[in-house]
Ligand binder design. Structure first.
Ligand SMILES: NC(=O)c1ccc[n+]([C@@H]2O[C@H](COP(=O)([O-])OP(=O)(O)OC[C@H]3O[C@@H](n4cnc5c(N)ncnc54)[C@H](OP(=O)(O)O)[C@@H]3O)[C@@H](O)[C@H]2O)c1
Length: 263
């Protein structure tokens, strides 16, 4: 199978850019800090962005940043977002709604904020939702509105299988890190179905950082690069300095790993 750009890449997971997140629940960056972070990402060649409507200000901040880019740079950015989950900032509650009406409304709002979307993923996918006519219809709407790829964000291997077999998703997103490898069979499923992968929570939402594991962050990347897949590892930092550190560590880890280039 041929991979995008022929290799596994680092992408920027943008939850932290819009809402408190991770084991530290660090405060959300200011507008200025968010812009500096996104500029740093692009300058480091990190141009795969993963956001969602349930990440607070994340989508609109990314949208404003993308708006200000020149045509060539904008074209370089790969924008992945989601639908199916909302976050209430006041109560900190999450609401999952996989009805067609909610998905269509969410998608249209995301398109308004982001301009172009390269990948739309069903957030909090379950086997039942993935089999539903409403979700199928929402993905058809996305295609009609010019979104070229569909995906599913899953947290169970069985749901990954249903997403691939029932909906033929082109991308799977799931958690995988040194502290939690239960999704490992999903890598082989993705390869088998010609799908690409976005690995989320590569540092366990910061838990691995806190444990101060030896060799971090290379050790965390090496663990993930032990799997064969096409796609990206979504680092979840909102700090330009940590992003630089992670990109450098990833490059060293790729060097250490035999061949993340998969054909
Ligand atoms: N679909 C889903 O349901 C789902 C669920 C979870 C995540 N995701 C996606 O995956 C992305 C990544 O997941 P995640 O946000 O949990 O990421 P993560 O990389 O596992 O953890 C992020 C945490 O690690 C810290 N960190 C990162 N690099 C560091 C470094 N070099 N030194 C010290 N601390 C560091 C960050 O703090 P600093 O900001 O201070 O660096 C942040 O608190 C998300 O942003 C989102 O796009 C999706």
């Amino acid at each position: 199978m041929s991979c995008p750009n022929g290799k596994i890449r680092v992408g920027a997971g943008l939850t932290r850019l819009g809402r408190p997140w991770g084991v530290t629940r660090a405060p959300v960056p200011t507008e200025h800090e968010a812009r500096v972070f996104l500029e740093t990402a692009m300058s480091l060649g990190v141009d795969i962005f993963d956001t969602a409507p349930s990440y607070g200000e994340s989508e609109s901040r990314l949208g404003h940043f993308l708006d200000a880019l020149g045509t060539a740079e904008r074209a370089r950015a790969f924008v992945a977002t989601k639908f199916g989950e909302a976050w209430d900032g006041a109560s900190d509650d999450i609401v999952v709604d996989h009805s067609y009406a909610a998905l269509a409304r969410s998608l249209e709002r995301s398109l308004d904020r982001l301009g172009h979307i390269d990948l739309i993923q069903l957030h909090r996918s379950t086997a039942d939702a993935l089999r539903s006519a409403e979700v199928r219809r929402a993905f058809a709407l996305a295609r009609t509105l010019g979104v070229p790829a569909i995906g599913a964000s899953v947290s169970r291997v069985e749901d990954a299988r249903v997403a691939l077999e029932t909906l033929g998703v082109e991308w799977l997103q799931f958690p995988y890190h040194v502290g939690n490898a239960y999704m490992e069979p999903a890598f082989a499923l993705a390869i088998e179905h010609g799908a690409r992968v976005l690995v989320n929570r590569p540092f366990g939402m910061g838990a691995i950082v806190q444990q101060g594991e030896g060799g971090f962050p290379e050790s965390a990347f090496r663990f993930i690069l032990g799997q064969r897949f096409c796609g990206a590892i979504l680092t979840g930092t909102a700090s330009p300095a940590h992003l630089r550190e992670n990109v450098a560590a990833f490059a060293r880890s790729v060097g250490d790993n035999d061949a993340p280039e998969s054909e």
